[in-house]
Design a protein around this ligand. Structure first.
Ligand SMILES: [Zn+2]
Length: 410
């Protein structure tokens, strides 16, 4: 599915490359595709009410002649929680492998449950809504607290682009929003490397470099469900996931823009955030962070090394979040201390840093115009977010994770 150069880079970095197959219609090949990766066995097909209509029922019919199958269709609009994961694990007991048919939630549940039970899984995406199809971690909420839990990547991703292009436009626009975190995440990841000496790798960005400019030109096509545009988006999302897998974490695709969105989601007393999609939030926070990063380059910054505001954090996010994030923040403080940067960053050093950071950026105006072309949310109000709450989320986000980002500079 990818160019030869990309495949070479991927094979160099990822020892166990999954099978990735895409086509304008895979409906007649489903059983052969699955048989090419799993021996005759018992499969648990997992979907929800929407995705079983889009593809899951079809997958079930195609596989039941050739495999033992159980079909677990989750009711309503399920969320990726430990509770639902436990339900799926119990329903699918006795299966040898999982087949996920869905997007963010179903994929997260299957990658987590299959990993926990030591079984492989494959996925038929039904929307290009986020970049987690090929990332090894799962985002699972436990008692309202969103956690990134260890999981594994699928053995195979089978993309039927006629199904993905027919997904509700909002889902694919959300995938575009998630992709817009590339420049802001690269900026932050490189900033941390240049100032604190943390690890950094260009490869996750090299594999995206040729596709990203094309993607930005296809925003309108994505919104309209144009198949070529959605196909391009899916390529970018899969490669973004592989970038995270090779980096050993979400570093190349998730930094301050994700931290702000997660903080907002964890704030106590927020009731509006259920209606928003992950990538819609990330489109908005990526634009906001791009503006902060842009402004930072014209300043003479210093590292912010405040004490951990435990009481504030507990009041805003709850005691559990305060306990968990304290450890993460201390790790970051320690790294800042080891950097040897006392007060303001020395001017010559900062000039060198700026020259390198500039190469990673997209102008904020470009990000805004892409979101507008897709008719996707670009300001917090469009998400129904409360401005005051967002301000709190933004100023406390740096205390909630160990990642060093633009938010840690003054
Ligand atoms: Zn994301």
């Amino acid at each position: 599915m990818f160019s030869n150069d990309t495949v070479k880079l991927l094979e160099k970095k990822i020892s166990d490359m999954p099978t990735i197959i895409g086509g304008r219609s895979l409906k007649h090949d489903i059983d052969d595709l699955v048989a090419s990766i799993f021996p005759p066995s018992k499969l648990a097909i997992v979907d929800d009410a929407q995705t079983s209509d889009a593809m899951g029922d079809h997958v079930h019919r195609a596989l039941k002649g050739r495999f033992g199958v159980m079909h677990v269709t989750l009711a309503g609009t399920p969320e990726a929680t430990t509770e639902i994961a436990a339900y799926v694990a119990q329903k699918a007991e006795g299966c040898d492998a999982f087949i996920a048919v869905g997007s963010g939630t179903i994929n997260d549940i299957c990658k987590y449950v299959s990993h926990k039970s030591g079984k492989p899984y494959a996925v038929f995406p039904t929307a290009a809504s986020m970049n987690g199809y090929l990332s090894a971690n799962a985002s699972i909420a436990d008692d309202g607290y969103k956690q990134t839990l260890a999981a594994h990547i699928p053995r195979a991703v089978f993309c039927d682009f006629s199904v993905i292009a027919a997904a509700p436009a909002r889902l694919n626009k959300s995938g575009l929003g998630d992709s817009l975190a590339r420049p802001t995440a690269q900026f932050d990841w490189l900033l941390s490397h240049l100032l604190l000496g943390t690890d950094y790798d260009e490869t996750p960005f090299q594999i995206l470099a040729a596709l990203e400019p094309q993607l930005l030109d296809h925003a309108r096509g994505i919104a309209k469900g144009d198949m070529a545009s959605v196909e391009l988006l899916m390529h970018v999302l899969l490669l973004s996931g592989l970038g995270m897998t090779m980096a050993g974490g979400s570093y190349p695709a998730s930094q301050s823009e994700h931290m702000i969105a997660h903080s907002y989601g964890m704030l106590k007393g927020n009731t509006q955030n259920h209606a928003t999609l992950h990538g819609e939030e990330i489109g908005v926070t990526s634009l906001h962070v791009a503006q902060l990063q842009h402004a930072l380059l014209r300043q003479k910054p210093s590292l912010r090394r405040d004490n951990f505001p435990k009481e504030d954090i507990a009041a805003l996010f709850g005691g559990h979040v305060a306990d968990e994030s304290k450890k993460a923040y201390f790790k970051k403080l320690e790294r800042m201390e080891h950097s040897g940067i006392g007060g303001e960053i020395p001017a010559r050093r900062w000039d060198e840093v700026v020259a390198k950071l500039e190469k990673t950026m997209l102008p904020p105006d470009k990000i805004r115009s892409v979101l507008e072309a897709a008719d996707a949310p670009h300001v917090p109000e469009k998400l129904g977010w409360n401005k005051e709450q967002l301000q709190k989320a933004t100023s406390y986000a740096r205390f909630l994770r160990d990642r060093f980002t633009v938010l840690d500079l003054l």
